[in-house]
Design a protein around this ligand. Structure first.
Ligand SMILES: C[C@@](CO)(OP(=O)(O)O)[C@H](O)COP(=O)(O)OP(=O)(O)OC[C@H]1O[C@@H](n2ccc(N)nc2=O)[C@H](O)[C@@H]1O
Ligand SMILES: Nc1ncnc2c1ncn2[C@@H]1O[C@H](COP(=O)(O)OP(=O)(O)O)[C@@H](O)[C@H]1O
Length: 267
């Protein structure tokens, strides 16, 4: 059985408090984008994982698909499976690709072995694996809060707009991104700000990671500026970076940017 894990962008990200468990409270809007991995599982006589496409750093045992398998096996009598992941979503880019694989793996196991788990039961497995994993159980636009793993639906439809996604050749770890922020409460919740017209977002919606990440990696700031120069209605780093996205009314002319690291797609 096969499915196609998608990626997300964060539209706004406010880090509001440091928590006693070492994590941070935040608010953000997760929006799904059309970049896909390919994930296949088949029954096998032993647990097996293989990957193609982009190289995934770390041991196979630490791959979030394998972690998801072991987590679900604690509660369900799962037979061994052979997993093939074709990795296409850029890694460590703030696009949630690893979390997406875990979320879509949970969905596949649920479907393949007829576990009949509710979406909330699947989200509860996902929450154990990573803060933004639970989003990928349904992959619908949401306002996320607490650790970024609790959701309220938002009415946000960006179809008709155009996405430009640029990957500067810079790696930012999620831990590094969180260590540099000074949490602060928000005046107006993103839940309200997201209702503004897209062209207004620039003046009201921010990503709290940008200030310190841009200082450490000025080339990322440069990409954001270039997207605005090219006519983006809104541009931002996604999550903890380093990818930067621009939302355009029409397909932009971005020839001045490095072709290799770009993705253009309708939203
Ligand atoms: C920053 C965000 C924004 O959407 O995504 P990415 O940009 O990485 O995709 C998420 O909060 C990342 O979620 P995820 O990548 O699942 O994080 P986890 O694996 O749970 O945590 C990685 C590390 O980030 C920090 N962390 C994460 C979430 C949170 N609310 N507070 C934190 O302080 C912790 O130091 C933790 O050890
Ligand atoms: N299936 C997977 N795909 C990508 N990365 C994975 C996966 N499983 C575990 N990881 C680990 O997660 C790290 C960050 O993954 P990713 O989700 O791409 O980044 P981000 O949190 O910036 O969106 C990688 O460096 C890798 O070690």
């Amino acid at each position: 059985m096969i499915n196609f894990p998608i990626a997300k962008i964060n539209i706004g990200l406010n880090i509001t408090a440091r928590r006693a468990d070492g994590y941070h409270d935040l608010e953000t809007v997760f929006y799904p984008i059309k970049i896909n991995d390919v994930l296949e599982i088949i029954k096998s006589d032993h647990l097996h994982f293989e990957a193609s496409g982009l190289g995934i750093p770390g041991d196979v045992a630490d791959n979030l698909c394998i972690k998801a398998y072991h987590l679900m096996k604690q509660d369900h009598d799962l037979p061994p499976v052979s997993i093939h992941l074709h990795k296409h979503i850029p890694i460590g880019a703030g696009l949630g690709g690893g979390s997406a694989d875990a979320g879509y793996f949970i969905r596949l196991i649920n479907q393949m072995f007829g576990l009949n788990l509710s979406a909330e039961a699947m989200r509860n497995y996902a929450r154990v694996l990573g803060a933004d994993c639970a989003f990928f159980i349904e992959s619908k636009p949401v306002f996320a809060f607490d650790k970024g793993d609790q959701f309220e639906p938002v009415t946000l439809n960006l179809s008709g707009y155009y996405l430009a996604l640029v990957m500067p050749p810079t790696h930012v770890s999620t831990g590094e991104a969180y260590r540099g922020v000074k949490p602060a409460p928000v005046k107006t919740s993103l839940k309200e700000l997201i209702k503004l017209p897209v062209a207004e977002w620039r003046n009201h919606i921010k990503n709290d990671f940008e200030d310190h990440i841009f200082k450490a990696h000025p080339e990322i700031r440069g990409v954001k500026a270039a997207l605005y120069q090219a006519g983006a209605l809104y541009a931002s780093m996604s999550g903890s970076g380093a990818s930067v996205f621009g939302i355009f009314e029409n397909k932009p002319d971005l020839e001045f940017l490095e072709k290799d690291n770009q993705v253009f797609s309708p939203l």
